[in-house]
Design a protein around this ligand. Sequence first.
Ligand code: AMP
Ligand code: DBH
Length: 569
Amino acid sequence: MCENPLLLPVALYPDEFAERYRKAGLWVDETIPEFLENSCTDYAENLAVVAVSHQKISQGESDLVARLTYTELREQALLAAARVRDAGVRPGDRVLLQLPNIAEYLVYLLGIFWAGGIPVFCLPAHRASDLIHFALKSHATAHVFSSYTSGEDFQKLHHSVAANVEDQQNRRMVGIDASAPFDLSKTPSHTISQPVMNTERARKSEQVAFLQLSGGTTGLSKLIPRTHADYLYSVRQSVKICQLNCESTLLVVLPASHNFAMSSAGILGAMCAGSAMVFAADPSPKTAFALIEQENVKVVQLVPPLAQAWLASAAKRQPNVESLELIQIGGAKLLPSVAERITPVLHGKLQQVFGMAEGLVNYTRADDSDEMRLHTQGRPMSEFDEILVVDDHDIPVAEGESGHLLTRGPYTIRGYYNEPAINAKSFTDDGFYRTGDIVRVHPTGDIEVTGRAKDQINRNGEKIAVDEIEDVALMHPKVYDAVAVGLPDPTVGERIYLVVVPQADADFGESPVAEMRNHFAKRQVTPYKFPELVEIMDTLPLTNIGKVSRRDVRAAVLDHVLQAKEKHA
Ligand code: AMP
Ligand code: DBH
């Protein structure tokens, strides 16, 4: 038996579907590295990126902002590719990309692709527990970070993750500090590595291009294997629907690694259209409003809590946002009452975006009625997207009724990376992805998200598996049982509310929340997953009435918390 060690554990699109998508011209023989190279040459003279540069900070330059044309971006990215190769990354190797919204983000994104690497899209907020999980799961051989990223000592964080990888998998994971200046005495090779054949598919473009992260519903995030062909199709289709052109200057405020920011139409959409990308170093309305005015920004992507913060700030600051043409909002449900204030205050046209890193993306369209734009989350971007709305037994519900959303299509994955047990639950036998969203479909075909059937908290558009929080809480020696719920909140969407049943005689003292947060920090959990409110209870609701599901207990706990809140109000 001669097994190809490069073959990745992914579920492929069945032949018959692959052929259909190719025949219809959706999937083409182009890889992401080729696409990036083409856009750098096609739009050579255009402005590509305006962003703070950590290389400049590390060199003590006073002008910390980099402005690069597509030609300059290409030159920088070739240097990054050379550094990535020198660090030992070989075609097909997985590379954790963990950079904030700085110029080097784009430079290394291109550099990793051009070195033949497979990026794993981490967030700057991720801490050791997540990073170790991603590194082990993907067998990453390198970790790109910047030691000037605020909030943490990233060198130290890298060493701790690398030490864990060494212990558990007996191999080295190198660190690449993107703030270190390039060695300009070496001329980089201008060859771009081709992707290796890492699945059984015969075509380069149908290989896995990168691993995106899912918010996850069970434990830690799962890795999402997206192929060159499926992703580039979704980007091109998004560019068409969002009507981007080379003048559609994009402001990137959400973390660049988010699927929304990367592809709906986002960063790759801007590269496809040849437009400029302006990276906001922080998501505050003040920073964003200044950049919009200075750089004549036309398109911005927001999550609902951020949109609300912008509305509140705009009322005070009266910013000049006249250049804004398109305001895309997605990642969590946008309330109609907020939706209707967007255009009057922020000028641009509202577009709702309901998407997922697993694939399916829905958009409201430019010529939709206000009614649809304000009250629905849009419709699938492709006529090849298949949508089913079913009851708890997978039977389709009556037209217009709410039910579970299942989907399959030319850019929706057929399985998570190396997760056979989870895949058996998350996908139907015929390959539909169970989104965990409850929706109803209007007669126009537009989808309205009416609920959620997954045990997940959506905080600022970040998805957090309730399981993971409860698992960490249960490791505390004083905790007998723990239930986490998402408490509706006007500023972040949902807050993490943790109810703890203590061990007999355990005393949580003055501040259970401080004690629990401390425990989460010690376990190196990513801070946005820390409990924000902690309540001690002697017993959980429902647990004394026999066999009930964990989901029922969580619902009863949320009910209890909401009722107690109402009494206080
Ligand atoms: P993920 O699978 O981690 O990429 O997260 C995708 C999930 O975010 C979706 O399945 C929805 O639950 C949620 N989501 C994204 N966009 C919206 C939206 N516009 N309205 C409601 N929920 C959304
Ligand atoms: O929340 C998401 O994951 C999301 C939202 C909007 C997404 O992946 C997307 C658009 O592509």
